[in-house]
Ligand binder design. Sequence first.
Ligand code: SAM
Length: 268
Amino acid sequence: MRDVIPTALGRDTEYLFARMTARTLALAGAAPARRVLDVASGLAQDARALAGRGALAVAAEPSARMTALARQLGRAHEDRGACLLRAWGDALPFADASFDAVICKGAIDHFEAPARAIAEMARVTKRGGRVVLAIANFESLSCRAARRLDGVREGRFGRALPRGRRHYDVPHDHFTRYDLELMCAQASASLELTRIEGISLGWGMPAWSRVLERVPRTAARATLAALDATARRLPSLADVVLLIGQPRASASTSAYTLAVRAAICGQP
Ligand SMILES: C[S@@+](CC[C@H](N)C(=O)[O-])C[C@H]1O[C@@H](n2cnc3c(N)ncnc32)[C@H](O)[C@@H]1O
């Protein structure tokens, strides 16, 4: 997590994460008695927020360490809890059409089998329900511009780049490097995409964070909000993309469901 999310958050990073969370939760449409699943829930803060809005929230996370931390945090926050369980995204232990909404935020690029996981999310979502994916865009305007700038600095001026991973390089714990085209192609196999929107523009540009720290807070906030409004309409350039879709009618029945059906009904 530390490699992906800087520990000291600048204003742009804070804004990006706050917007990504706010939009994902809003699109999940939490309401009393609505069933919402958070896949790769990490510390389960989003599932807790959904539960706080009255939803029946389930947080599914494979890591024992993350789940233990999430339980600790859940006890510390004395809010209405979410149900926490350990599960891989590509083998969700739920029957077909169990949830009104499924979210997966900032995680699918960590999955070994992301297409299978999206198919699983579609399967456990009710017909007419929705799946909300929030995915980092490694072909954002900022990634493209910074890559080109670094190329010029290195190639033409022979200047060494700063040490460490550049924000346009995929972190070591990612399996997939997503751009808008790949996200849409992969998600469309299992979801009828109904909406695609971008979040934040310019995150990671050299010196951008420092500039934002130097201007008054209100000016920084207004600039970030204006860029975000542009990103919303231009997802191919945005730092993060939200894909919202409904399960396709063909969302297949999983091996898990077949096994449960066989156990209950004696059907193969
Ligand atoms: C960057 S964290 C994001 C956590 C959370 N969604 C959030 O927004 O804070 C990525 C999470 O994906 C989980 N993960 C990695 N591979 C997975 C898989 N195949 N299925 C489900 N979760 C997975 C990791 O354990 C980690 O908690």
